[in-house]
Design a protein around this ligand. Structure first.
Ligand code: ADP
Length: 476
């Protein structure tokens, strides 16, 4: 166990390239070891078992044919079988006299009934077993002989006997040739495998190494780095995925930088104002109630701006972390819309904005009243911020069979097609937004997070130069 762990630990320190290379070489060596074992060590055993099987099959076939075949055809049949299987065949009658004998192929121990073999043949003839096999060393031809025999018909009262002689060609010489051949092939192929596997491992590892180098650069914050995954499909896909991740990271990074720039600007402006007006009250207007109230009003407004900013950031982080849970209640939407619009009456009167409200009538809805209120507020607030010089904003409540459609329309510059996808993203603020517009780039992200939490459809229609209509549907 310890050794395996050590090997694992060591293996994890080797680079992919060398690992693949080592695996290839080990595989090649293993293949050759197996080849050597089978070709050299087991060749003789394999050969003998092959010969035995062949002779046994032959024995069965001839025994069967003896029963069925016409005696006149049997002799030529025996000769054919002998040639086909490279064996000698002898058929004896019940008195052990030879009645059929194949032509001798090579050296044959059964035809001459040599003294040496007689003892085996006698034992075969007298045996009650179905099949008998003997392996005898033939000194004349210096090779092993396999002698098989069986009784024909009933072994207790045989009609005759069948003897087979199969010569085993010595495999020593063959083994020597194979050994030489294998030696040369092994050396050549291992050298070849060494270089081919080096090339292959390089080829497989290169895209991964390249991608890793680029990923390291990306980790250090270089968003311009290119991911080169050329080589094969998987590396190509990995490179594409990382390129996508890089684009997204770069976008978030830019947005976060923008947010810091925007937030710090937006924080600094009210803070400077707060300080300036507080000083003015202390030094100048403290005794003048009219001036003092005017200055205090500005301080209150600026504090509101600050609170808005901080609240937006807090709300979004809570929504995104999933900490804010939905708290649905039943309420009437028309009066809610009127109430929210009413909150803009101050700015409407002071700055001349006109918010037109049209409604299909009272309708009960069931959703988180506080969060939906924030959605409507943010949309109207944006419409006021971005509407055209005519300062018109339209809020519409359309009752449908399965809920309520709420639309907020302005007459501003509209939003370019490609930016529509981005405006609901966190921290996104168009670069040409008016500085006097109070905003953090978080308003629409809060809208999106709340509507997603409710599973409500939402969207925006916009025509450049004419204005935009933001909508969402409260479904039942
Ligand atoms: P903020 O208004 O604080 O910048 P938002 O998330 O509310 O942040 O809006 C993101 C961006 O979407 C805005 O900066 C603006 O460019 C664009 N936008 C939002 N509402 C409108 C609108 N009614 N008309 C045109 N552009 C809009």
């Amino acid at each position: 166990m310890k050794l395996i762990n050590k090997i694992r630990k060591f293996s994890s320190t080797i680079s992919l390239k060398y690992k693949i290379w080592i695996y290839f070489i080990v595989f090649t060596i293993a293949v050759f070891v197996l080849l050597w074992i089978f070709q050299i060590l087991f060749l003789e055993k394999f050969y003998e078992s092959m010969k035995t099987r062949d002779a046994a099959e032959c024995l069965d076939e001839i025994s069967e044919s003896y029963k069925k075949m016409d005696p006149s055809e049997f002799s030529s049949y025996i000769d054919d079988m002998a040639v086909e299987h490279d064996i000698c065949i002898e058929v004896l009658d019940r008195y052990r006299r030879s009645i059929y004998s194949s032509d001798a192929i090579g050296d044959c121990l059964i035809h001459g009934r040599e003294n040496r073999t007689q003892v085996y043949i006698t034992s075969i003839l007298e045996s009650k077993e179905r099949k008998i096999r003997y392996k005898i060393r033939n000194i004349r031809s210096d090779c092993d002989m396999l002698i098989f025999g069986c009784a024909l018909g009933n072994p207790d009262n045989p009609e005759g006997y069948l003897l087979l002689n199969s010569a085993m060609v010595p495999v020593g010489a063959t083994v020597m040739i194979i050994k030489r051949q294998l030696m040369i092939t092994t050396v050549l192929l291992i050298i070849l495998a060494f270089f081919i596997s080096l090339y292959l491992s390089n080829w497989i590892a290169r895209p991964i190494t390249n991608i890793t180098k680029s990923a390291e650069k990306l980790a250090k914050g270089d968003f311009g780095t290119k991911f080169d995954g050329r080589g094969y499909l998987e590396s190509q896909k990995l490179a594409e995925t990382l390129t996508y991740a890089e684009t997204e990271l770069s976008r978030v990074d830019t947005m976060q930088r923008d947010l810091i720039a925007n937030v710090s600007h937006d924080l600094r402006t009210p803070l400077t104002m707060l300080k300036a007006y507080a000083e003015m009250i202390r030094d100048l207007s403290g005794d003048n109630p009219v001036k003092r109230n005017e200055h205090l009003e500005i301080i209150i407004n600026e504090t509101d701006r600050l609170a808005l900013l901080v609240n937006d950031i807090l709300d979004l982080s809570k929504l995104e972390s999933g900490k804010l849970k939905m708290n649905p209640t039943n309420f009437e939407i028309k009066s809610k819309l009127e109430e929210i619009i009413g909150r803009f009456s101050g700015i409407s009167e002071k700055m001349g904005y006109n918010i037109h409200f049209s409604s299909d009538g009272e309708k009960m809805v069931n959703c988180d009243i506080v969060k939906i209120e924030q959605v409507i507020y943010n949309l109207i607030n944006n419409a006021i911020n971005y509407t055209g010089d005519d300062k018109q904003v339209f809020v519409r409540q359309k009752n449908t069979e399965d809920g309520v459609l709420i639309e907020v329309e302005d007459t501003g510059d509209g939003i370019e097609e490609e930016k529509i996808k981005l405006i609901f993203d966190k921290y996104y603020r168009s670069e040409n937004h008016k500085r006097e517009v109070v905003g953090t780039g978080l308003g629409l992200s809060i809208v999106k997070a709340v509507l997603k939490l409710h599973n409500y459809d939402y969207g925006v229609r916009s025509t450049l130069g004419k204005g935009s209509t933001f909508w969402f549907r409260i479904s039942e």
